[in-house]
Design a protein around this ligand. Structure first.
Ligand code: SOE
Length: 361
């Protein structure tokens, strides 16, 4: 596993929970943790339960059964492609790459390798999102007409919040668009289908921020917020939005889907609930998605004993590592990551050109 920050902890926690809660979970041996700072790496390996460490990914990506790339976006392409060329399955965090061309190279390497690949779209693994998918696929909402997805955070609202790789276009590719919008685009594709064209805009409100090392300032070269109108292949219409400068919004990912016969609403701030339009069309009913026959819930607690954000990673890792163990394909894989990246790229192009842009295939 390359990386041991926020995402490293989320995945390592999932590895530890799998054998405790999932009866037929694949056995996971936490072998080697990869990073550059030897002292910090040793501490993290000990805390996260890894047997050994490596400071050069080149030395180990061909020795393992699966490689997790949880590094900054600019660190996604090279180690991932090298691992795939060695025949190693890879799970890579989102967005797949900082640029569309790098994402294309990664998806090509994945197709050539023919091994399972995964992209860290963990919100597919929220039970309420899976339940919404079941309702849509069963035709309960009728023909889908509209999708609305909004992902709001506030950690950059303070202009003195420091610069990082996440505010640097060379390293991240984009800001709120790739970091948060990638999740929303993934759910739009998952629930409604492919996006055909977009009209988007990106905005940067704070042009420079204090350098993380305290030496002066650094330019901000990514967006603080984006918005887009989208048209799906199936004729549905959508609006997408994300911000990292929305005061009071800590991690609010809101999804709404409307069809000819019904509608659903979801907010990550209430992740155990799905609001479903009642059959009398007199408002939404709040459905608590915690019954043991709801998606993924058989692994956990009795009904009403709610799940949290970290459980999405357990479900995600169960599915991905089962695919690795069984040699089957996994979704969302690199083809999905590339499809999302094409939408992100089209939104940036639309902003630059001031017009609707077709999403490349
Ligand atoms: C950013 O703030 C972030 O950590 C994203 O990078 C994650 O993908 C998202 O799930 C939570 O917010």
């Amino acid at each position: 596993m390359l990386g041991y920050g926020f995402m490293g902890e989320a995945h390592a926690n999932a590895f530890a929970r799998l054998p405790m809660f999932v009866d037929d979970a694949p056995a996971v041996e936490r072998d080697v943790l990869i990073g550059r700072d030897e002292a910090a790496l040793a501490e993290a390996a000990d805390r996260l339960g890894f047997a050994r460490t490596a400071t050069d990914w080149r030395e180990v990506v061909d020795e393992v059964d699966a490689f997790y790339n949880l590094g900054p976006n600019d660190v996604h392409p090279e180690p991932t492609i090298t691992a795939l060329e060695a025949g190693t399955p890879v799970l890579c965090e989102k967005p797949l790459a900082p640029t569309l061309s790098a994402a294309e190279r990664m998806a090509t390497a994945a197709a050539d390798a023919g091994v399972p690949t995964g992209v860290g779209f963990n919100y597919r693994y929220v039970p309420a999102i899976q339940y919404a998918k079941e309702l849509i696929e069963a035709g309960e909402l009728g023909e889908i007409r509209q999708f609305r997805g909004r992902y709001l955070q506030d950690w950059l609202v303070d202009p003195d919040a420091p610069a990082s790789w996440r505010t640097d276009a060379e390293r991240a590719g984009s800001g709120a668009l790739g970091d948060l919008g990638a999740h929303t685009v993934d759910l739009a594709r998952f629930l409604v289908g492919e996006i055909e064209r977009v009209s988007g805009q990106t905005t940067t409100f704070v042009d420079e921020r204090p350098a993380a090392d305290g030496t002066g300032t650094e330019p901000v070269t990514v967006d603080d917020a984006y918005g887009a109108q989208v048209r799906f292949d199936n004729g549905a219409a959508g609006t997408l939005e994300a911000s990292r400068v929305a005061p009071g919004r800590k991690n609010d990912h809101t999804i709404e889907v409307e069809g000819t016969e019904g509608a659903v609403r979801f907010s990550l701030e209430r992740l155990n609930e799905l609001e479903v339009l009642g059959s009398e069309n007199r408002g939404f009913e709040t459905v608590l998605v915690t019954e043991t026959d709801d998606p993924f819930l058989d692994h956990w607690w009795p009904p009403g004993h709610v799940l949290g954000w970290e459980h999405t990673f357990v479900h995600e890792n169960d599915a991905f590592l089962s695919a690795v163990a069984d040699g089957t394909s996994y979704s969302p894989g690199f083809a999905d990551g590339l499809a999302v990246q094409r939408v992100l790229d089209a939104i940036q192009a639309s902003d630059e050109r001031g017009e609707w842009v077709a999403v490349g295939q």
